[in-house]
Design a protein around this ligand. Structure first.
Ligand SMILES: C[S@@+](CC[C@H](N)C(=O)[O-])C[C@H]1O[C@@H](n2cnc3c(N)ncnc32)[C@H](O)[C@@H]1O
Length: 292
């Protein structure tokens, strides 16, 4: 077998999610593997409510009411928590989730079966830049904090594939952390950024300007970019407490000495992310939506 750079990069991602995957339970018992969305009326201390609100925000922007029995693609689906959440709200929609991590497919499909949603939500192992589905087969697609794993600073291959699989009039929503420019970062911030990438098995975050150009180049229209940095900030504030809880439990179990590097990194990465989140000149969290 020829081991390409792409294979190596993807193997690192799979290793990370296989080793650290269960630790996301500390973040959320339903395995939502993303940040939360704060809006007035929500208790900022209630992390689960913030995470579900992010699911709501993405669902709202998908505008599924426009379609009859839509097929919705969950690109980079993790354990499928977001699709399960949406399926419970949209009984007429079907969800296909794609991840390159085999363990997530097996465990995610088990979790789905436990709550009787296996007819409506199915997870598959596939690369979101090379999906095993025909052109124009889905009404909607979303990528929640997963497009960052796609290749390049414009993520053009990923965007082109998204365009290929959506039906004309199909809608997409992408929410993630982005760089605001591709200029050199201050040295200290560049170190923090590189460490964060390494810990989360990422190559590079997208540059928002290049990403929008990639969407336009693919042919998407009505592209809307919303800066949600302040909306996700309250859930970022949970990071130190979740990290402490994790280390406390691991120490009590006597596992601290032999902790996998991937599991350590999973705690370090969001702490680095906190610093990046505060560097508003250089990084932002966006919710991007549009139409084919
Ligand atoms: C941070 S998790 C987000 C999971 C989920 N969207 C959520 O919010 O709960 C990123 C996911 O992207 C997946 N991923 C990374 N690269 C991928 C690729 N090339 N194709 C498909 N999935 C990928 C990982 O396996 C993981 O499931």
């Amino acid at each position: 077998m020829i081991i390409t750079q792409k294979t190596k990069t993807q193997q690192k991602i799979v290793d990370y999610f296989e080793k650290a995957g269960l630790d996301y339970y500390y973040w959320d018992k339903a395995f939502n593997m993303h940040f939360g969305y704060f809006k007035t009326g929500l208790n900022p201390l209630n992390r689960s409510a913030l995470l579900n609100q992010m699911n709501e925000e993405v669902l709202k922007r998908l505008q599924l009411h426009r379609f009859i029995d839509p097929l919705v693609l969950d690109l980079g689906c993790g354990l499928g928590a977001v699709s399960r959440y949406m399926a419970q709200k949209q009984s007429e929609a079907n969800f296909y989730g794609f991840t390159i991590t085999p363990w997530q497919v097996d465990f995610g499909n088990e979790l789905t079966k436990e709550i009787g949603l296996e007819e409506q939500v199915r997870l598959f192992k596939a690369d979101f830049a090379n999906l095993p589905i025909a052109n124009e087969s889905a009404e909607a697609a979303f990528a929640m904090e997963s497009s960052c794993y796609a290749h390049g600073s414009a993520k053009q291959e990923f965007v082109n594939e998204l365009y290929r699989v959506l039906k004309p009039g199909g809608r997409f929503v992408i929410n993630d952390g982005f760089r605001k420019h591709s200029n050199r970062l201050p040295d200290w911030l560049d170190k923090v950024y590189r460490k964060n990438l390494d810990c989360w098995a990422l190559k590079e975050l997208a540059d928002i300007n290049l990403f929008i150009k990639a969407l336009e180049k693919a042919g998407f229209r009505n592209i809307k970019v919303e800066d949600a940095s302040w909306r996700v900030a309250p859930s970022f504030a949970h990071i130190p407490f979740v990290s402490l809880q994790f280390y406390w439990d691991i120490w009590k179990k006597g596992e601290l000495k032999n902790l996998d590097p991937q599991r350590k990194n999973n705690v370090l990465a969001p702490l680095m992310g906190l610093i990046m989140g505060a560097s508003r000149k250089h990084f932002s969290y966006y919710i991007i939506s549009g139409v084919k």
